[in-house]
Design a protein around this ligand. Structure first.
Ligand SMILES: NC(=O)c1ccc[n+]([C@@H]2O[C@H](COP(=O)([O-])OP(=O)(O)OC[C@H]3O[C@@H](n4cnc5c(N)ncnc54)[C@H](OP(=O)(O)O)[C@@H]3O)[C@@H](O)[C@H]2O)c1
Length: 303
């Protein structure tokens, strides 16, 4: 795999961890559709801390980049099991970063808007100061720092409010509740950018491809939805679209509630709007059109 002049560059082969998660499954769909050579690893195949197993896979498959879609994502539960969150989000990220450095291949890692405290009132850019308000956000931030310390080529893609046709997410929870109840209360004083996991997958593949072609620009990037909205506004859009598409018989009455009225173990940032301008400029990707993505996700859902 030497890169001397005239040497043939190895074909791109992506290793995807967290293959059974929302993002992992969206990555799998798009890699297959685009005919890109890849290896998918679920937690059952290999824990991201299992360096010995991963090292063998990277060598055997001639992996050219790692995409880490594995994470501990239970924001509230993390408050009561911080060691577990730390093990996946910090130790696991560090283990992958060290492997990527050992094989001299890029690591594409996904982080979160919850590294910010939410006190800003204009979209967060990559150089804004961080200040997580809970264990999950803290472990994701520590994971970013571990990658910056141990990897030589890396992209840390911070995203937010992820939804898809897979796994558990806000869109699916809202549709289930809307079918069970006539009235719902949804938080209206937290504002963010919903992001379709399928669009994150496309952005990651685009970046991986450009890095493979020698355009390696390591660093932190924000990639999220193209429009800010509250959870309440997001829910209303989901209900209206599901109703129009014939997937929701009746739109429930939705009360806009304050965060105080819906206490959770982990404190969330009130404002976590991410600006995707830098990644759009550097890599030519398009910010996630989450309204359009809601239509696509509802169409793909079977229940
Ligand atoms: N969901 C959001 O709203 C959101 C918002 C901002 C950022 N993000 C970030 O986006 C990324 C993708 O999130 P997602 O929503 O796709 O998460 P997800 O659906 O919870 O998937 C995470 C996957 O990681 C796997 N995993 C957990 N621990 C592991 C370990 N030790 N070794 C190997 N695999 C392990 C899980 O395996 P099991 O299936 O066996 O549990 C799961 O399949 C994460 O980095 C997350 O922090 C998510």
């Amino acid at each position: 795999m030497s890169g001397g002049q005239g040497a043939t560059k190895a074909a791109m082969h992506l290793l995807v961890t967290g293959a059974n998660g929302q993002l992992g499954q969206c990555l799998a769909d798009r890699l297959k559709a685009q005919g890109i050579s890849h290896t998918l690893l679920s937690r059952g195949d290999a824990d991201i801390n299992d360096t010995v197993v991963l090292e063998k896979i990277i060598a055997d498959k001639e992996v050219t980049a790692i995409i880490n879609a594995a994470a501990y994502t239970a924001v509230d539960k993390a408050e009561s099991e911080p060691e577990l969150a730390q093990r996946v989000n910090v130790d696991g990220a560090a283990a992958l970063a060290k492997l990527s450095a050992r094989f001299d291949i890029p690591l594409l890692h996904v982080s979160t808007d919850y590294v910010f405290d939410g006190n800003k009132q204009t979209p967060y850019v990559e150089v804004d100061s961080i200040g997580p308000t809970g264990v999950y956000g803290q472990t994701k931030l520590d994971g970013e720092l571990a990658i910056q310390r141990h990897a030589s080529k890396y992209i840390i893609m911070r995203t937010a409010w992820v939804f898809s046709e897979y796994g558990n997410n806000f869109l699916k929870t809202m549709l289930r509740l809307a079918r069970e109840r006539d009235t719902l209360g949804v938080v209206a004083d937290q504002v963010g950018c919903p992001t379709y996991a399928g669009d994150i997958a496309v952005a990651l593949i685009t970046v991986a491809d450009q890095m493979h072609n020698g355009e390696a620009r390591s660093g932190i990037y924000h990639y999220a939805g193209d429009e800010a909205v509250s959870w309440h506004g997001f829910a209303m859009e989901i209900f209206e679209q599901a109703h129009q598409l014939g997937r929701l018989a009746n739109i429930p009455s939705v009360n806009a509630i304050a965060t105080e009225a819906y206490p959770t173990p982990a404190k969330r940032p009130a404002y976590s709007v991410l600006s995707s301008d830098k990644i759009v400029a550097d890599y030519g990707v398009v910010a996630s059109d989450w309204r359009l993505a809601i239509t696509a996700v509802i169409a793909k859902m079977t229940e």
